[in-house]
Each structure stands twice: as structure tokens, then as C-alpha cells.
Design a protein around this ligand. Structure first.
Ligand code: ZN
Length: 254
């Protein structure tokens, strides 16, 4: 085979690259919005071929400036986001299996989480991210991404290290309490739409999937496991912080 006929030739030139290890991974992407689109695109480009994609929402025009897999037609016909991505992804990568799971994250069974080596948090609300964190802990690697305008954040959670909830402040808990009523239903009027930029989305998803690349290759010490990455697109600065294991974190209380 000539060097230009192998799709993955250029990445295989990286020292220590193992295409079989990447291809063998089974991953779940929770959230098929802006981050989910980018994460799925990158995972497929790397050669990941088994992706479950969880989302129950439909495509709207306001998604189109940040979502590579969505079209005007998808928005006009209100196609389910996960199905739109799965349909187009397989056209581009016919050997891939992208399974749309039309469900809220909270309704996935406990066993589901353990079926995947990696879970990508591509969610836009704190409640769903906390749920994904709690369900992933001890079962899989959870790589959470978040954006707000020019700001981006990625946290990598792997037990027995610190989790996403360890990094939660009292203010975050306050916001969470305000967002949910006493029976756990989401109070929509608190949930204002966050400002979002395609550039920040691409960058955050790229960092999430880059962490996957390292951990899938056994390079955990070089990864952000137990840490989070913060990017300020306005100043161009990025930082990596350690997350202390919080003693009263409900995820670690035994
Ligand atoms: Zn914790």
C-alpha cells in the first residue's frame, strides 16, 4: 500500500501510535450539540469506529453555526440531533457504527456506563454533567468539556482520583438548587441560553479527544487525569489545575 492510500498514515507516523488500540475503543458521547458534533468528528477521523451518541433533542437553526453535521434541512424537519450525526457520519465513514440513543442522560441504565472505555461529556447543563460524572466514576474514564463564550474547560475524571463534583463550589450548588425544583424537574426559566462560539467549541472538543488519544495509548501520566484545563480565548491563555479530592464529595463517601 502506498503511503497516501492509508487513511491513517500520517497519524501512524507519531512515535508510539497504535491504530489498533484506537480502533478497539468503544466510547459514548453524551450530548449531540456543538461539542458532541466536534467530538464525534474527531473520534471518527482518528479511527474510532464504535460510538454511542446520547441526546433526545432536535436540530434547530441556532445550532447550525457550530455543528458540522447539521443542515438547514435538518432544522426545518426537526431531525433528532443524534440521528442526524449518525446518518451523516456513516456516509463519510461507512465502516463506523454510530449508534443514536434517543434518551436523556439521566434515564440511561447504570450498566450502560460501564460498557464504554470512555465517556465524553458534551453537555450544556450542570445537572446532566453531575449525573454523567456520578455514573462514570469507577466504571469508565469521564472526559467533560464545557464552554461559555470565549472560555473553555476540560476535566478528565478517572477513579480513584478526584471527580467533577470535587471541583464544585458552594455557588455551583446554589445554582443547581435554583435550577431544579423539589421533585427534580428542571425549572426552565432559570436555564438561559449561554453565549457560545464555534471557535471555543472546536478547541474544547479537540482537547477532550486529545486526552482520549493519550489515555488510550496508556499515557495517563501525560494526560489531564485528575486535573482540569482552562482556556481563555480572549487573552489566549490556558492553564492546567489540579483538582483536590474533596473529602465531603458525595461521589467518594463510603
Ligand atoms: Zn468527587
Amino acid at each position: 500500500m502506498s503511503v497516501d492510500s492509508d487513511i491513517f498514515d500520517r497519524q501512524k507516523r507519531l512515535d508510539g501510535w497504535n491504530q489498533e488500540k484506537v480502533a478497539a475503543q468503544k466510547v459514548m458521547v453524551v450530548g449531540a450539540g456543538a461539542l458532541g458534533n466536534e467530538a464525534v468528528k474527531l473520534l471518527l477521523q482518528l479511527g474510532v469506529r464504535r460510538i454511542s451518541l446520547v441526546d433526545f433533542d432536535v436540530v434547530s437553526r441556532a445550532n447550525l453555526n457550530r455543528c458540522v453535521f447539521f443542515s438547514e434541512e435538518d432544522a426545518a424537519t426537526e431531525v433528532l440531533k443524534a440521528e442526524a450525526i449518525a446518518f451523516k457520519a456513516v456516509k463519510q465513514w461507512p465502516d463506523a457504527v454510530v449508534e443514536p440513543v434517543i434518551e436523556s442522560v439521566e434515564k440511561l441504565s447504570e450498566e450502560t456506563w460501564g460498557e464504554f472505555g470512555f465517556v465524553f461529556g458534551c453537555l450544556d447543563n450542570l445537572g446532566a454533567r453531575l449525573h454523567a460524572n456520578a455514573q462514570s466514576y469507577g466504571k469508565t474514564v469521564f472526559i467533560d468539556g464545557g464552554t461559555s463564550g470565549f472560555m473553555g474547560k476540560v476535566q478528565v475524571v478517572r477513579s480513584p482520583g478526584p471527580c467533577f463534583e470535587c471541583g464544585l463550589s458552594k455557588k455551583d450548588y446554589g445554582l443547581l438548587w435554583k435550577k431544579y425544583n423539589c421533585v427534580g424537574d428542571v425549572v426552565d426559566w432559570i436555564d438561559s441560553k449561554m453565549p457560545a462560539l464555534a471557535t471555543t467549541t472546536s478547541l474544547v472538543a479537540a482537547v477532550q479527544v486529545n486526552e482520549f488519544v493519550k489515555i488510550a495509548h496508556g499515557l495517563e501520566n501525560e494526560s489531564l487525569a485528575g486535573k482540569y484545563f482552562f482556556f481563555n480565548g480572549m487573552t489566549g491563555q490556558s492553564s492546567v489545575y489540579g483538582v483536590p479530592l474533596r473529602k465531603d464529595c458525595p461521589i467518594h463517601l463510603h
